[in-house]
Each structure stands twice: as structure tokens, then as C-alpha cells.
Design a protein around this ligand. Structure first.
Ligand SMILES: [Zn+2]
Length: 109
């Protein structure tokens, strides 16, 4: 391991930059995760909000876009999974990416 990486680790830069590429399944309250189809190497994660310590208006489940740090809540797991598959439904940044990719000609995507 190089000095740069050790230093980056020391200051939390490494984990901040790379944490999103790894699984969140060891996090408390983890339920399920899926690759964010709009943002390469990032994921959308479903947590039991109380166990993860996320406040989403007392909803049982929290859905988190880890690329942009946005979240939403629901009491219904089926809805949580649906948000997880379509992060553009709750994350404005993902929505913007989704709209931009629609505007591009196919060959430029
Ligand atoms: Zn997002």
C-alpha cells in the first residue's frame, strides 16, 4: 500500500471516494441493494430506517441513492424495491441524468 493511499485513508478520503463501489450489506439495517443504472459504480440501497438511524417520517424503509446522498421513505417493501430500481423517481440528480441520457443520440451514450 502506498503512502498516498495510507494518507487518504487517514483523512477518510479513500473511503469516501471508493466506499460507494462496494457493497453496503454490512451496514446496520441493510435490506437489499442494486446497482444504480444511471450512475456507474454506485448503488441504490434499501435500509430498515430505524436500524440505520435514518429519519424518513417514521417510514419503515429508507431508500438511499449513494451517488447523490438523497433518500426517501416508504412502509411497503415492494415500493422500496421499486424506488431502488428507479432512483430517478426520488433523486433529482438521477432524474436529471435520466433526462440528459434521453436527449443524447444513441451513439453518444
Ligand atoms: Zn441519485
Amino acid at each position: 500500500m502506498s503512502w498516498v493511499i495510507i494518507l487518504a485513508n487517514e483523512f477518510g478520503l479513500f473511503s469516501e471516494r471508493y466506499s460507494d463501489m462496494k457493497s453496503h450489506r454490512d451496514d446496520s439495517g441493510f435490506v437489499v441493494e442494486r446497482e444504480n443504472y444511471l450512475v456507474k459504480d454506485f448503488k441504490v440501497v434499501v435500509y430498515v430506517s430505524s436500524e440505520q438511524g435514518i429519519d424518513v417520517d417514521d417510514n419503515k424503509y429508507a431508500i438511499v441513492c449513494d451517488a447523490h446522498g438523497t433518500l426517501c421513505g416508504t412502509d411497503i417493501l415492494r415500493d422500496a424495491r421499486s424506488f431502488m430500481r428507479n432512483p430517478d423517481r426520488f433523486c433529482e440528480d438521477c432524474q436529471r441524468i435520466n433526462e440528459m441520457s434521453k436527449e443524447l443520440p444513441i451513439e453518444e451514450i
